[in-house]
Design a protein around this ligand. Structure first.
Ligand code: PLP
Length: 341
């Protein structure tokens, strides 16, 4: 099967499985797992931050970051389609006690002026702003990137008002590759960043939160509160280290696959695809046809051994990843021409 539903569907490589088998382990809750310590040090280095913390998932990374940066009753400013707003089951309100102030972005990017206007002046009537959150790449915008300049402009506004900035960088390395910059340059203006091992990097489990030492110490305590203290977590970290070494350099291939799929789709009737959004490993499009809905289209693809999922009656998102080869990408393009042509 060719699984276009998400890059979270990848299975661990042989190298990852071997690294898991051979990993040197200890009790990570006591800081004694050498493999976790090595991964956290590598993550901090890649993001140009003082320290890092291995967490179970991107969601947990974003949650401990919110908890570590804010106080309950404060406001979080974020893009209205942000994963933290849309897909994290309201954890920001339920567990961090934050009020969401969503703003409409442009290709997933917040306008610094909108952010400034949303940081309300101190008043007995209003919640104070505890955090601004950015997302890079932006999932619901179709894997679009925030540039260093866009990130810095929002951070400048937030910091001028004493508000920290967190980046949900689940796929930050895809942004770095697409923009031709180092991930640490994208992270530099912000106070913290989460990135995921288990998405485009292909590892089975885990995410890293990176920031300064005090922030990471607070995040570590919140991870414990959330039940994220994982003991011999080196079995997770081992695969993560392999992902950072061998999968990171491979990411440009996934972007090329997405471009091929997008180019094939773009020629087909009833497909509404903004090619400007095809920047990384996602292809987001609408199907505006009388003969089939988006779910019916995805159903038809099953006949070609392709798994795809519709996000609504008209909206489809494809994600390319390591477990789809270039040959399979070409098969996808051929199937699209047959189904929609
Ligand atoms: C942008 C973004 N942030 C956070 C997450 C959450 O990651 P997880 O599924 O590991 O909780 C995802 C998951 O797809 C994501 O796309």
């Amino acid at each position: 099967m060719i699984d276009l539903r998400s890059d979270v569907k990848t299975l661990p490589t042989d190298l990852m499985r071997r690294a898991i088998f051979e990993a040197e382990l200890g009790d990570d809750v006591a800081g004694e797992d050498p493999t976790v310590n090595a991964l956290e040090a590598r993550a901090a280095e890649l993001m140009g931050k003082d320290a890092a913390l291995l967490v179970t998932s991107g969601t947990q990374g974003n949650l401990v970051s919110m908890l570590a940066h804010t106080q309950p009753g404060q406001k979080i400013i974020l893009e209205q389609d942000a994963h933290m707003f849309y897909y994290e089951s309201g954890g920001l309100a339920r567990l961090a006690g934050l009020m969401a102030h969503p703003l409409r972005g442009h290709y997933g990017a917040l306008d610094p002026d909108d952010v400034e206007a949303a940081i309300w002046p101190p008043s007995v009537h209003s919640p104070s702003t505890g955090l601004v959150a950015l997302e890079n790449t932006h999932n619901r915008a179709g894997g679009t990137c925030l540039s260093v300049e866009q990130t810095a402009a929002v951070c400048e506004v937030a910091h001028r008002h004493g508000v920290p900035v967190h980046i949900d960088g689940a796929r930050i390395f895809n942004a770095a590759v697409a923009l031709g910059v180092e991930a640490r340059e994208l992270a530099a203006p912000a106070d913290s960043i989460t990135f995921c091992l288990s998405k485009s990097l292909g590892a089975p489990v885990g995410s890293l939160v990176c920031g300064d030492t005090d922030f990471i110490n607070r995040a570590r305590q919140f991870r414990k509160i959330l039940g994220g203290g994982m003991r011999q977590a080196g079995i997770i970290a081992a695969a993560g280290l392999v992902a950072l070494e061998y999968e990171l350099p491979r990411l440009p291939e996934d972007h090329e696959k997405a471009r091929r799929v997008a180019a094939a789709l773009n020629d087909l009737p009833g497909v509404k695809l903004d090619m400007a959004t095809v920047q990384t490993n996602m292809v987001l499009f609408e199907l505006r046809r009388d003969d089939m809905t988006a779910p019916e289209f995805c159903q038809r693809l099953a006949d070609y051994e392709i798994k795809a999922a519709a996000q609504s009656e008209v909206r489809v998102r494809f994600v390319t990843h390591r477990d789809i080869s270039f040959d399979e990408t070409d098969k996808v393009c051929a199937a699209l021409r047959e189904v929609l042509g």
